[in-house]
Ligand binder design. Sequence first.
Ligand code: IMP
Length: 223
Amino acid sequence: LNVFGHGVCKLLPSIINDDWPGYSLELFNYPKHYSGDLECVYIPHGVIMDRTERLARNIMGDLGDHDIVVLCVLKAGYQFCADLVERIKALSRNSDHTLPMSVNFIRLKSYVNDQSTEDLHIVGAEDLSFLTGKVSSPAAIVDTGKTMKTLLKHVEAFRPKMIKVAGLLVKRVPNSSGCLPDYVGFEIPNRFVVGYALDYNEYFRDLNHICVISESGKLKYKV
Ligand code: IMP
């Protein structure tokens, strides 16, 4: 068993400070059905894509020429996973190095409204016996780190050779579990964000920018 990597953030994430107000919604396009539901564009889609391209290069540099199993953490991680895999594929076709990948999916659920709940469920792919090679498991967001910790425990039980975690967002939260991804897109303040597949009660996954939800948006989609 040779599991390593997590717990140490190897690469410096792009840090978004607490006083970052975001961009005015007027500056970008977003679906009309969300007007009034958002406060600002926090990370525009293009910036996410550019950062993902760089993460792909870093992953390629570290894991190039190995066989990997990508484990996408649904649902919030699907967009990041798809875009990251696309970028790695592009690098593989355009360089002497290559990174053969297979892609699998796992679903974890813990959030109701904007609060993390105690019971965390793993849905589907409970049997991860296909994880014999290396794993890079992309998660969209790490808040308290509880989800990632649970996921790692579950994955480690199947004795993969190596686990690397890529997370697009890591929140600066006081009660963090200290469990950090190996590859971090952005470190962000402790604010509830939506878009780019991140949801609030299943809404906003169809928004391409990462945005801050407004108070009226929270009320409108509250369960
Ligand atoms: P953790 O277990 O507290 O680290 O939470 C991680 C999970 O909570 C993620 O996989 C998300 O599904 C969800 N989550 C945490 N913060 C946000 C947010 O700001 N927007 C949307 N989902 C979030």
